[in-house]
Ligand binder design. Sequence first.
Ligand SMILES: [Zn+2]
Length: 258
Amino acid sequence: MMIAISATAQQTFMYQASTAQVVLLSQGQRQSGLNILIGATPEMIAHVAPDNTYPSATNAFLIRTQSGKNILIDTGFAKELFACLQEINVSPESIDAILITHLHGDHIGGLTLEGQKVFPNATLMMSKFEAQSANENTLKIMNLYDLDLFDPNDQTPTAVFDDIKAMANYGHTPGHTIYFIDNVAIWGDMTHAMAFQMPYPQVAVTYDTDPNTAVKSRLSMLEYLVANHYHVGGMHIAWPGMGSIKEGEEGGYVFNPF
Ligand SMILES: [Zn+2]
């Protein structure tokens, strides 16, 4: 059984899964504009964003496992990340691993502060395909850490660290990866505009490296997650950043926040 245990304070939201605690580290809530959307029709806009905005956020997640491990999934931005970790009394030294969904700046910004490594005991893990796409600056940051690259399956989640599993979800970036703990899937940037991409998963965004592949990956992953009764969390889902999903109308989906 799973219950949401608390919305403790301003920046963190804790969710108790069957063997692990999943903590949302919120690094900003905002209304975003339509200019990043690809394929949003006037009818869609009138339906879900009549004022031409939709709620968005920047999030990272902390997983606290039964075996006592602290695992970050992405880092957001440095300053904001540390404020979140301070709020729940988690020190940088106590982070055992950092699992990266993809190498965009709003996901790896917290790996360093003023060029210095900030998680001295953490292994940095990501898909080998994402690592191959790193530019020179990103490689410099990655090389500050012990790197552990894996080859994620795109059909079923496979174990990568402790009880956390990974599954490939390409399109947003060449190695974009979704992580699973118990029955929670942390889907990174599989969505940027929930208001559009739940009822209309065929809408892409200009940030997608390959928008067509991103749409295909989103459609098959949504089907997989609903069929397997996963709850979800995402890096750009507005507070509390997690919830449940079900099938909606005409190939669309419905998200219910916790
Ligand atoms: Zn991204």
